[in-house]
Ligand binder design. Structure first.
Ligand code: XMP
Length: 305
């Protein structure tokens, strides 16, 4: 485990040196990794850094407002409303890897525009150690690793947390006095709710996934999961009122893990599961069924796509 105070001092010093007089840019997702990387870089070079938050429309409930508030100390923060462009790009796309690709490409377009506008020469990234391992092993295409530097002509890439595990990044976040909502935040995948939706991403499925994820996060907080969320996995028959309906099936997933590379499904008590089921089916009229995923990683992955 790194010593957070020493780590911060050394990181700020090294970022200052790497960026020099250039302008820099970082994609701020609100996750702990990019938040720590952005805060370190902002400490180092202030408004020479433009943190860009792209609202893809695939974010968690209330996330964009939260970001605006938490990072209000960064005067150069840019919030890009790209919700419609992402939904349009994703229309008709059903293959999981294709979905990731479309999201990655759209993200690059949004980011590239900002990078050009700010004349950024340096790219700061919140890549952590497990991201690099998974990406090198080609387990799946992480949209926040690689890609960007080929498209935008950056002179340098700054990755202040590249050698840290997630729990170490959290230590650093606490030391930086980032709010608990950031330092203790569950990992959230770059492609957002799109990997919690099987098949095509539609506005209706996104809303069901977003509201269901919110319920699961609230209800399972006391279990202190590594990640707990809900996914829209298909359709099935149910009965609502006096009618048979063909509604969404929502899967609830809650896992323990150290670094996301392996994970164990958590044992959740029946009352809690029933409360989740009742809230999700009650609050979303188009949900017919809620199931609990008991699969560890491996053989399953944590996310659904
Ligand atoms: P899987 O689903 O592969 O996920 O078991 C392992 C961990 O990585 C997160 N994840 C992602 N994070 N970009 C990210 O930044 C992505 O494309 C991505 N896909 C999965 C996932 O939430 C879990 O913590």
């Amino acid at each position: 485990m790194v010593n957070p105070t020493e780590f911060i001092d050394e990181a700020v010093e090294s970022i200052t040196e790497q960026i020099g007089d250039d302008n820099a840019i970082i994609a701020l997702s609100g996750g702990v990794d990019s938040s720590v990387a952005a805060t370190l870089a902002y400490r180092a070079v202030g408004d020479q850094l433009t943190p860009v938050y792209v609202d893809t429309g695939l974010m968690r409930k209330g996330e964009t407002d939260q970001i605006r508030e938490t990072f209000s100390f960064m005067e150069s923060l840019e919030i890009v409303d790209a919700r419609e462009r992402f939904l349009e790009a994703l229309a008709g796309v059903t293959d999981p890897e294709e979905k990731r690709k479309v999201i990655g490409e759209q993200f690059i377009r949004e980011f590239e525009r900002e990078a050009k506008e700010t004349d950024a020469k340096q790219l700061v990234q919140g890549t952590i150690y497990p991201d690099r391992i998974e990406s090198e092993g080609n387990i799946k295409s992480h949209h926040n690793v690689g890609g960007l530097p080929d498209v935008v002509d950056f002179e340098g890439i700054v990755e202040p947390v590249r050698d840290l595990y997630k729990d170490e990044v959290r230590e650093v976040a606490r030391e930086l006095e980032l709010e608990e909502i950031i330092s203790e935040r569950m990992p959230f995948p770059g492609p957002g709710l799109a990997v919690r939706i099987i098949g095509e991403v539609t506005p209706e499925k996104v809303e069901v996934a977003r509201e269901s994820c919110h319920v699961v996060e609230e209800e399972l907080e006391e279990y202190e999961p590594w990640q707990a969320f809900a996914a829209v996995i298909g359709k099935a028959t149910g009965v609502k009122g006096d009618n048979r309906v063909h509604g969404w099936v929502v899967a609830v997933r809650s896992v323990e893990s150290r670094d996301g590379m392996t994970a164990r499904a958590q044992e959740i008590d029946w009352q809690t599961l029933q409360r989740i089921q009742s809230r999700i089916t009650g609050e979303n009229e188009n949900v017919a069924r809620v199931v609990y995923d008991v699969t560890h990683k491996p053989p399953a992955t944590i996310e659904y796509e």
